[in-house]
Ligand binder design. Structure first.
Ligand SMILES: [Zn+2]
Length: 198
């Protein structure tokens, strides 16, 4: 059966100009490093839409490793304090990060139950910093979409589509997410960390 009218335009949208999302990566000491697999998955899902990533640095370096040995707490107040501390450390490590989304790989305290999004990644917005992302260094989603999902929160704000049929969308809680909608893409390319590819 053919897709209904407008389906391809919405689901297989190709942005007319190549746009990259610019990321700066940070790690904390002694933590795991899921960066390679979540970066690879993000690039794979972005490519058909003429979107990509511009990542600095390409892999873990001592300069981008933050001296911090905690775990992100469950308590929202403590977690926010920790996030702000980490964000300040990022600024010391790499002050010239203008126009890039900071992504910090740090371990989370064991988070059973609760919001399935917040167990693997967390986007912090509404502070004096532009939105930034913390990815759980110990556990990302099984489909590895965690990083792209958090890029989505940083650029789109808002929550998770819950309606039937949206389980494959990258902003859903689905377990095998592959899709991005035209409406999401048109908003995401306006994010502070998006830039036309040179
Ligand atoms: Zn989420």
């Amino acid at each position: 059966m053919a897709n209904p009218p407008g389906y391809d335009e919405m689901h297989n949208y190709k942005h007319p100009k190549k746009v990259n999302f610019k990321l700066t990566l940070f790690w904390v000491e002694k933590a795991g490093d899921p960066s390679a697999k979540v970066l690879e998955k993000a690039k794979k899902l972005l490519k058909p839409h003429n979107l990509g990533l511009d990542v600095f640095p390409a892999s873990r370096t001592p300069a981008m490793t933050l001296k911090w040995d905690g775990k992100i707490e469950v308590s929202p107040e403590l977690a926010k304090e920790q996030a702000l501390k980490l964000r300040a450390l990022c600024h010391s490590a790499y002050p010239s990060g203008h126009g890039r989304l900071p992504v910090i790989f740090a371990p989370f305290s064991s988070l059973s139950g609760g919001d399935p999004c917040r167990t693997t990644g967390w986007t912090i917005s509404g502070t004096n910093w532009l939105p930034f992302v913390i990815v759980n260094a110990d556990r990302v989603a099984a489909d590895n979409v965690t990083l792209l999902h958090e890029i989505g929160h940083a650029g789109l704000g808002g929550g998770h589509p819950g309606e039937k049929g949206s389980e494959t969308n990258f902003m859903s809680y689905g377990t095998n997410r592959t899709g991005m909608l035209k409406t999401q893409i048109l908003k995401l390319v306006k994010a502070y960390f998006a830039a036309q590819a040179k």
